[in-house]
Design a protein around this ligand. Sequence first.
Ligand SMILES: Cc1ncc(COP(=O)(O)O)c(C=O)c1O
Ligand SMILES: N[C@@H](CCOP(=O)(O)O)C(=O)O
Length: 467
Amino acid sequence: MQYVSTRGRADALDFEGATLAGLASDGGLYLPERWPTFTAEDLSAMRGLSYVETAVRVILPFVGDSLSEDELRDLCTQAYGRFAHAAVTPLVQLDHGHWLLELFHGPTLAFKDVALQLLGLLFEKFLSRRETHLTIIGATSGDTGSAAIDAVAGRAGIDIFMLHPAGRVSDVQRRQMTTVLAPNVHNIAIEGSFDDAQALVKRAFNDPDFSSRYDLSAVNSINWARLVAQVVYYIYAGVRLGAPDRSVAFAVPTGNFGDVFAGYVASRMGLPIERLVVATNVNDILHRALSEGDYSQGTVVPTATPSMDIQVSSNFERLLFDLNGRDGAALAEQMKGFEQTRAMRLTNAQRDGAAALFSSARIDADGMSRAMRWAYDAAGQIIDPHSAIGLAAAHTAAVDPSVPMVTLATAHPAKFRDAVERATGVRPGLPSRTGDLFGREERYVTLPATFEAVTYYIAGHAVKRGS
Ligand SMILES: Cc1ncc(COP(=O)(O)O)c(C=O)c1O
Ligand SMILES: N[C@@H](CCOP(=O)(O)O)C(=O)O
């Protein structure tokens, strides 16, 4: 299997190459050259499988010659062995037609662990085959950072530089990153928003002078390997709720469009998905894009759902490419226009293609609090604010009531205990697997959100290519 760039100019790479590269050299994102598909029989045969076996079946068609089936099984067994629930991503029923898919049973309490536990092992495997020192640069609004740091802390041959927006992540999220004192972990609080951090990361990849000095890689969902691991739980949940004999719908709290794009991939692979409901907070660029065709960047408003405080959604580019006949040159022009004007209109093909599968909703602070209270009062579930945005959006969606609706519960409520307590009166406790989080020393630097400041800091701590 080869991977092609959404902007059409970078060389195609195999799975190992695309995983290590992260972002394509032409500024685009990698996608498989074609979508592997499952027949109805293939899907039916997955019904009784464990999470690990489901992961092996779903991911194997994407890895080509980069991993044997046994190697992949070994990595999945290690990755998902660290989850605190035997089902890895269990379904919890809320009412007769609505389920929560709990994705927060990994080591850092958010759905990012599902992909990043595997990605850390993939890096280790692929690095053992070559003489390379990887410099990972990432941006986080809270959860990717802690999950990525947990996945690579102390691993030989890797340094990780993680940028988070200073003061705009929860105290639990920040401490999960900054109390990891392994020498290969470098936390940078930047004086700006997540979008500023993400733009700095992309600029570092695209700067020929900087990127030629290091073997850069990415842990954000711009890295294809992140997304392929997330496709698994859509299929795992879907077949348990009756697919392929009946369709399923998913409501997905969305920021960078990675998680919900994994749902799109599951649909392209043959899972009968009736609807993917894209749930945003008031940072609603994706809701405006899907409902009006208007992808224009607003100013980021800080909310109680900080991980979704995003106004430029990296993975939307993957959808636009796939829906526009995979025309890399046209997409490169469209993205160049966006980068210059911070605004873009979707083409008719993109709008119509998206409307066939996606709907969207913008949920404000009241809607989020109401959903948290509903989950507690009606179903006895304490949910985190991000999952509540998904739940509220699911309640607004026009989906046939006979179709099971699954809301993705993307974080453990204890990560956002102040907001949960405000809405429900209940203050969730941290699970024991987080240990003595509030007793540990923190280490991070604070820098202005400028390319010069960030790259100067990285240059002072990273290992140069070939040294
Ligand atoms: C808890 C939580 N929910 C939802 C999201 C949004 O996911 P995505 O960026 O993949 O759309 C994030 C961050 O990405 C998150 O951390
Ligand atoms: N919400 C994310 C933002 C980065 O998204 P990613 O999925 O592209 O890594 C976070 O928690 O950091």
